[in-house]
Design a protein around this ligand. Structure first.
Ligand code: DHB
Ligand code: MG
Length: 221
């Protein structure tokens, strides 16, 4: 019952706040047709990461976990015309779907889809010593979240922002006895953020179309 109210409320808010967008609609449709898991962020969450990236003035964005490219489109739309984005996807089929959706949205010149293991791809970026990234969105296999966090820190600069999806998971995050490796890794990231002295972090806890969950937002000092 309550879940229904939250979900309907989010739908109502999205209707008012998220302008209809043919590229995003096409991406959802293609994702359904290709039978990809329907675990993309919601429209309002897309608007949330888009606004955060704009607030940071992000010119370089890095995403871990492209799926069909839905969140990548929301993020790419936050970039200035000369901005750049890299999105990493381990599943080759998902990567093809994401690249097609990005191309169809006319954003292929700004967004590069990299296929492969995200830990390796991040290490490759670290070794290349390129320009730091301004904004990171981590939405992938959560048991590797500690590695992703450490490598994103290496790719960041003071003022960069790292956002993790799915840190609350219906309150499972508070279960310190959990045997779920994904939750344990996220708990470890939260401990690191809270104790590092190099970053500030907060969790925006949400209820809505994706149930009870939340995003961790970290800013490098
Ligand atoms: C699920 C949701 C997500 O946002 C995600 O990144 C992975 C899984 C889920 O609901 O199962
Ligand atoms: Mg997610």
């Amino acid at each position: 019952m309550a879940l229904e109210i939250w979900s309907e409320t989010e739908e109502f808010l999205s209707g008012l706040l998220c302008p209809p967008d043919p590229d995003l609609a096409r991406t959802v449709h293609v994702s359904e047709q290709a039978d990809l898991p329907a675990i993309n962020i919601s429209a309002l969450q897309g608007q949330q990461v888009n606004l955060l990236a704009k607030m940071v003035g992000a010119r370089r964005i890095l995403e871990v976990g492209s799926l069909a490219g839905y969140s990548a489109l929301w993020l790419a739309k936050a970039l200035p015309p000369d901005g750049r984005m890299v999105t990493i996807e381990n599943n080759p089929l998902h990567a093809v779907v994401a690249a097609d959706n990005i191309k169809a949205a006319g954003l292929a010149d700004r967004v590069e889809v990299r296929v492969g293991n995200a830990s390796d791809q991040l290490a490759l970026l670290v070794s290349k010593k390129g320009e730091p990234f301004d904004f990171f969105f981590i939405d992938a296999d959560q048991h590797n979240n500690v590695t992703y966090f450490e490598r994103c820190l290496q790719l960041s600069r003071p003022g960069s922002v790292i956002v993790f999806d799915n840190v609350v998971r219906s309150g499972e995050v508070r279960n310190l006895e959990t045997s779920n490796g994904a939750v344990r890794a996220t708990q470890r990231v939260l401990e690191l953020v809270g104790s590092s002295g190099q970053v500030d972090g907060v969790v925006f806890q949400t209820v809505g179309q994706r149930g009870h969950d939340g995003m961790l937002v970290v800013r490098i000092r």
